[in-house]
Design a protein around this ligand. Structure first.
Ligand SMILES: *[C@@H]1O[C@H](CO)[C@@H](O)[C@H](O)[C@H]1NC(C)=O
Ligand SMILES: *[C@@H]1O[C@H](CO)[C@@H](O)[C@H](O)[C@H]1NC(C)=O
Ligand SMILES: *[C@@H]1O[C@H](CO)[C@@H](O)[C@H](O)[C@H]1NC(C)=O
Ligand SMILES: *[C@@H]1O[C@H](CO)[C@@H](O)[C@H](O)[C@H]1NC(C)=O
Length: 369
């Protein structure tokens, strides 16, 4: 082997090198281009300035004093006089107490990273069965980490849920620098996420970051549950938006969103709704391929130490991944490199497999998929 290797001619070496480069370009090229070159600055016009001004002057007092009109469980004191770096709002279904317990025991248990305070709360609506409310009350008394809005927690009310929870954040947690919206099916690597946010430190404003979805089209099938009529949203495409499975806003963005919520059609999918709001305040979503969107990333130790999120379906990998992140040994540069290649390839294969089984609805294109 050694001997044959040494005997390769220059053009053979060139060929090998070319293939290695091609392999990496195919695997990571799109991510790289998107993350480092496709950054556009937010645009600012008179309307945006006006919204910024309104957001600065938001008066949440009427809401505070009429609290019971909006929230059943409000945890209104949790943020008081604390400097919160990251507020994680985990969107959870009222009936999924077991899932919430698993999150509490794993990634939701992080309270500080590098000395920065993390607050993790569960965001719920009302259960369909009234009897479930008693369980939620009990769970809330025990853990003090549930916010519950007054609206039915149904698939059709997810946009309303985002509005209610953003409202909660700007009202009761105005000192949280960043707000993470994440679904309960996700695994989140909080330490690596915080590390990334700390590196944005020069500007803490105008942040709306996640896995960006390009040129998603509204569902125009009148028989579908997610039907979006032309009267509601006439454009061909949604603006670029961050996948709703997990994304981050800075506090100023949350406040501006809150100002424009009322001006945007509500009958679109919740994550597209946020994207439309972002566009109307001149924001361009920042892409990071370390967010998984709605894909499951196969477990690999060093890969999981690098990524921010993965869709978790079984509940088996989560304790494992958590153990590694909270205490496992560091990964060397080479191990991280190897981990990324292997989890990227495996994720490709998983996607292909699902594609062949025809379970992928082709809505929205990931540039880097
Ligand atoms: C409570 O809400 C009502 C409108 O629904 C508003 O007129 C009133 O000012 C609010 N209460 C307080 C004390 O701000
Ligand atoms: C949570 O509840 C919803 C609706 O009740 C269900 O579809 C979903 O599978 C549950 N998710 C988890 C992770 O338990
Ligand atoms: C959460 O973390 C704390 C230490 O920060 C630890 O004492 C506690 O046991 C953990 N809770 C769970 C449920 O793992
Ligand atoms: C959303 O919540 C409201 C208030 O609880 C309820 O009246 C409405 O039926 C819900 N909408 C859907 C689509 O479930």
């Amino acid at each position: 082997m050694q001997v044959t290797f040494c005997r390769l001619r220059t053009h053979q070496w060139c060929f090998i090198l070319f293939n290695v480069i091609l392999f990496h370009a195919l695997l990571f090229g799109a991510d790289f281009v998107e993350e480092y070159f496709l950054h556009a600055l937010p645009y600012v016009d008179m309307k945006v300035l006006e919204i910024k001004e309104k957001a600065r002057k938001l008066n949440m007092e009427p809401l505070r004093s009429n609290l019971s009109k909006y929230y059943i469980l409000s945890q209104s004191e949790l943020c008081k006089e604390k400097n919160i770096f990251l507020l994680s709002l985990i969107f959870s279904h009222p009936g999924n107490g077991t899932r919430r317990d698993l999150i509490r025991k794993t990634w939701g248990n992080v309270t500080s990273v590098q000395g920065h305070h993390i607050l993790t709360l569960f965001a719920l609506g009302m259960p369909i069965l009234v009897t479930n409310q008693q369980d939620i009350d009990k769970e809330s008394q025990k853990n003090n980490d549930i916010i519950q809005g007054i609206f039915l927690d149904s698939a059709g009310n997810q946009t309303l849920k985002i509005i209610m929870m953003t409202q909660w954040a700007v009202t009761f947690c105005p000192n949280a620098l960043f707000i993470l919206k994440v679904d309960e099916e996700m695994f989140v690597n909080v330490p690596s996420l915080v590390d990334y946010l700390l590196n944005l430190k020069e500007h803490l404003e105008d942040i709306y970051v996640g896995r960006v979805i390009h040129q998603d089209t509204p569902n125009r099938d009148p028989n579908s549950q997610e039907f979006v009529p032309f009267s509601e949203y006439p454009e061909k495409y949604y603006p670029d938006y961050c996948s709703g499975k997990a994304f981050i806003m800075s506090q100023d963005v949350a406040r501006m969103m809150y100002v424009v919520f009322k001006e945007v059609p509500i009958m679109v999918p919740a994550d597209a709704f946020v994207g439309i709001c972002a566009k109307s305040i001149g924001l361009i979503p920042i892409h990071s391929s370390r967010f998984s969107g709605k894909r499951h990333i196969r477990y690999n130790r060093c890969c999981y130490k690098f990524i921010f999120t993965s869709l978790e379906t079984t509940g088996v990998e989560m304790p494992l991944a958590w153990k590694e992140i909270s205490g496992g040994k560091e990964c060397t540069l080479f191990e991280t490199y190897y981990g990324l290649i292997s989890c990227k390839l495996l994720t490709y294969f998983d996607t292909l497999k699902r594609f062949h089984m025809g379970t992928i609805k082709n809505n929205g294109m990931y540039l880097s998929d």
